[in-house]
Design a protein around this ligand. Structure first.
Ligand SMILES: [Zn+2]
Length: 272
């Protein structure tokens, strides 16, 4: 049986047969794949504990008829800090679900891998800060929602669904700080003049628009995605914006994701 190696993050685990697992994995080299792990649920199975949700692992797989088969897994990172923090782990689950639903199998995009890895890493760092009391809860919660917003905007961008936040989606006029609306159908901001064209558009504040723009990839940033992503994560500690506004913007972006997918993101109801 021919085998191959890859590094991946376990994004979903389901029971499969009596003692097997079916895993959805976002890999660096092959994009999202599904693979099985035989006897992984048996107490003495050699893969037990090496294929938990969230893990980053070096994997060896054998080509199989229906699914490829995991023959070995070496854990590289286990994100232990947020596993013990319910609130933060729910955010991490949400990131996994978005990754799973917004990507298709065997479509390689290293940027998606980077984004997910950075998000999990950031959430783990936040959980550690809370644990050792180096950071107040309010500050952590703010950064938590900001990182989820950053994640939403980036996964939308990587899936080709970036919302238009700089000009009106209908008349193309530059957005001024008058009343503006977000149209889920049209995919971005509608100005006051055009609002009547989409009655379901909802009003959005200037600060919400600025916040989404802040994390949106600019033309120049597209050259080196990883560097721009790192810079965006670094920005999180310096943003002075009201918590409620951040959460409201996260709600709008989730609704936009669901609109584009035409399906619900189940984990969202636990977030806000
Ligand atoms: Zn307009």
């Amino acid at each position: 049986m021919s085998t191959y190696k890859t590094q991946g993050i376990i994004i979903k685990r389901s029971h499969f047969g009596e003692a097997n697992l079916l895993l959805d994995i976002y890999t660096k080299e092959y994009g999202k794949i599904q693979a099985t792990a035989r006897s992984a649920r048996k107490a003495r199975g050699k893969l037990k504990g090496h294929l938990e949700i969230f893990l980053l692992a070096d994997l060896i797989l054998a080509h199989g008829r229906n699914f490829d088969i995991i023959t070995n897994s070496t854990v590289k990172e286990n994100f232990l800090n947020f596993r013990n923090n319910l609130k933060i782990s729910l955010g991490a689950y949400y990131a996994l679900e978005l990754t799973n639903k917004m990507t298709i199998q065997h479509h390689k995009d290293e940027r998606v891998f980077e984004l997910l890895w950075e998000e999990l890493h950031f959430l783990d760092y936040l959980a550690e800060k809370v644990d050792i009391g180096r950071c107040g809860i309010a500050e952590v919660i703010k950064k938590y929602y900001l990182s989820l917003l950053l994640f939403q905007i980036n996964i939308l961008y990587l899936s080709g669904f970036s919302p238009e936040m700089n000009k009106c989606v209908l008349c193309s006029e530059k957005i001024s700080s008058e009343r503006n609306y977000f149209s889920f159908n049209l995919g971005g901001i509608l100005d006051k003049k055009c609002k009547s064209k989409d009655v379901s558009a909802i009003e959005v504040s200037d600060n919400a628009i600025k916040l989404v723009r802040l994390f949106s990839m600019k033309k120049a940033d597209k050259q080196n995605y990883k560097v721009s992503l790192d810079e965006n994560f670094e920005k999180l500690g310096r943003i002075k914006i009201d918590d409620k506004l951040i959460q409201k913007t996260v709600v709008i972006m989730n609704k936009f994701v669901e609109y584009n997918l035409d399906r619900k993101i189940e984990g969202f109801r636990f977030l806000i």
